[in-house]
Design a protein around this ligand. Structure first.
Ligand SMILES: [Zn+2]
Length: 179
């Protein structure tokens, strides 16, 4: 809730605010969410325009939760931008109104933050997830240093597909050369 009494109905006037506010409740229902009490760092600019107060700014916070693949605890920085016109009351019904010369940013900031929360958060971009057999978390090396048995088999087949042999792999190779 930011005071705007000194710029209300004074188009062209502007005020800037920087404030840290605790999240009044848990924001978000997914794998990661902004916990209640988490500090939301808000920078807001209030501009008085003919129709009301134009509010724009940024909000930063940290979401906590679990990786969608391996269920490791993760934290995720969340930064959003917002902009909304808070209209003067009495005219058309709007979602956002100047009330008692104040603007209430909670819904605006909450909606922007919740929308920006990742739907499939991961602890790292190439998280290998859980082993489908053991259910344990795969290590990074298990995901990247896999031997390539397919190549080894091909290498073995090459020994058999020399000129005196005449099976499918050699035909495939010949077709490739012709094309
Ligand atoms: Zn993970």
């Amino acid at each position: 809730m930011l005071p705007a009494h000194d710029i209300v109905r004074r188009a062209g006037e502007m005020r800037e605010f920087t404030l840290d506010v605790p999240a009044p409740e848990k924001w978000g229902e997914g794998l990661v969410a902004i916990p209640e009490g988490e500090t939301i760092a808000v920078e807001a600019r209030l501009e008085s325009v003919h129709e009301g107060i134009l509010v724009s700014g940024t909000a930063d916070a940290t979401a906590v939760g679990v990786c969608g693949r391996c269920l490791t605890d993760i934290t995720e920085p969340v930064e959003v931008e917002f902009q909304e016109l808070f209209a003067y009351p009495g005219e058309e019904a709007t979602d956002f109104e100047v009330q008692d010369d104040h603007v209430d940013l909670e819904t605006l900031v909450r909606d922007a933050m919740v929308l920006s929360l990742p739907f499939q958060p991961v602890c790292q971009p190439d998280c290998p997830g859980l082993d489908p057999v053991t259910g344990e978390r795969l290590t990074e090396s298990a995901g990247t240093e896999q031997p390539e048995p397919a190549d080894e088999r091909w290498a073995a087949l090459q020994d058999f597909t020399t000129d005196h042999d005449d099976d499918a792999p050699r035909l495939v190779a010949r077709n490739t050369e012709e094309s």
